[in-house]
Design a protein around this ligand. Structure first.
Ligand SMILES: *Cc1c(COP(=O)(O)O)cnc(C)c1O
Ligand code: SF4
Length: 346
């Protein structure tokens, strides 16, 4: 059964522009505290926690609220809880599975990746509002790649030298972790470059803290640039009334809304869950875009779904859903001119 989703958000009021920052400042940073909040007893867990974490625990309470108390296998909990499996080293996994250090060296600019012809990816922020255990940038050396305002001019020079680029994608970290004033300034800067027609924001922030959708963020659509926002939602339980309300506001303001998910073992590796996810996303005005195979980053091997299993799940998804609700099943291979569709004939 598809859960009944409210089409019209209950609360149309604008959130205070600084509310999201307060919610971020009270985020949980201790896995034991997270377990306590969920009324889970450490001694009775079906798994062990990882003790030695360089990639810290970080999860806002607004996300914890969507977890099921007393369920150690809650699909939202397992996305953020550091398990002992993370310290197992598995062959084929590395700290930089997509060869990003080489790609960064190619542009020679802090935080700028130019892998695909018509678009560049710029890391506007070096932190996130949630630390997802499967993140392919969990070992990324952000400190060495911190782009500051002084680097924007270099970005403009790079774009002018490469006139085939028409889209700037901001990423991170989470690009919405920066202040609105900084975002507004960045958009105004990019807007002056005539070849750029589109700005794309890849973010998980409005998912974990819907209050991030402030009036200033909504006002970015006054720009001449077309605004696309790609959410990262993996499971239908991440979608609540506040998220839906935030998406309605973004859509109404003129953002094109897409979603990408990662196929994660024990979390969403099931056609029923993924079908429900597509349906509830679309009810929230978000179109499914990509379903990503896991990037092989150290510490995340326990989330991997085999290509064979992915194919079975995906074929069922195609059978279940209207064509426009089926995300593309892709995989990122370093050196390819675009993301690669997973071969469904295997
Ligand atoms: C995924 C990605 C993009 C965007 O690719 P689309 O297929 O247009 O979504 C751009 N640059 C980099 C480096 C990427 O990893
Ligand atoms: S970059 Fe995205 S996937 Fe990685 S930790 Fe941040 S929000 Fe999570």
């Amino acid at each position: 059964m598809i859960q009944n989703v409210q089409i019209l958000p209950r609360n149309e009021a604008y959130w205070q522009d600084n509310e999201w920052k307060k919610l971020l400042s009270t985020a949980i940073r201790d896995p034991n505290e997270l377990l306590r909040l969920l009324e889970l007893d450490i001694a009775e867990l079906p798994y062990q926690l990882d003790k030695d974490q360089s990639f810290k625990t970080l999860v806002p309470l607004s996300f914890v609220e969507r977890m099921q108390k007393t369920d150690p296998s809650d699909p939202l909990l397992l996305q953020v809880l550091p398990l002992s499996e993370e310290s197992i080293r598995v062959s084929g996994y590395s700290n930089d599975p997509l060869g990003e250090s080489t790609a960064l060296a190619q542009t020679g600019m802090a935080g700028l990746l130019h892998k695909y012809q018509s678009r560049v990816l710029f890391m506007l922020a070096t932190h996130c509002a949630v630390n997802c255990r499967y993140c392919f940038r969990r070992e990324f050396p952000y400190q060495e790649n911190r782009a500051s305002k002084q680097d924007w001019h270099q970005l403009a020079t790079y774009l002018k030298k490469n006139p085939q680029i028409n889209e700037v994608i901001i990423s991170g970290g989470d690009p919405l972790a920066v202040n609105d004033a900084y975002l507004v300034e960045f958009v105004a800067f990019i807007e002056q470059i005539p070849q750029i027609i589109r700005l794309r924001i890849h973010t998980r922030l409005p998912v974990v803290i819907p209050q991030r959708v402030t009036s200033k963020l909504l006002s970015l659509t006054k720009s001449r640039l077309q605004m696309v926002m790609v959410m990262h939602v993996n499971h239908p339980n991440e979608i609540d009334d506040k998220f839906t309300s935030a998406m309605h506001k973004l859509a109404q303001a003129g953002f094109t809304l897409l979603n990408q998910s990662t196929l994660l073992k024990g979390i969403n590796d099931c056609p029923k869950i993924l079908s429900e996810l597509s349906e509830v996303l679309f009810s929230a005005k978000v179109t499914p875009y990509y379903l990503h195979m896991l990037d092989r980053v150290n510490g995340a091997a326990h989330f991997a779904v085999s290509n064979k299993d992915a194919n079975v799940i995906y074929k069922q998804l195609q059978a279940n859903l209207a064509g426009f609700l089926v995300p593309k099943l892709v995989q990122e291979k370093s050196g390819e001119p675009n993301k690669t569709l997973v071969d469904l004939t295997i």
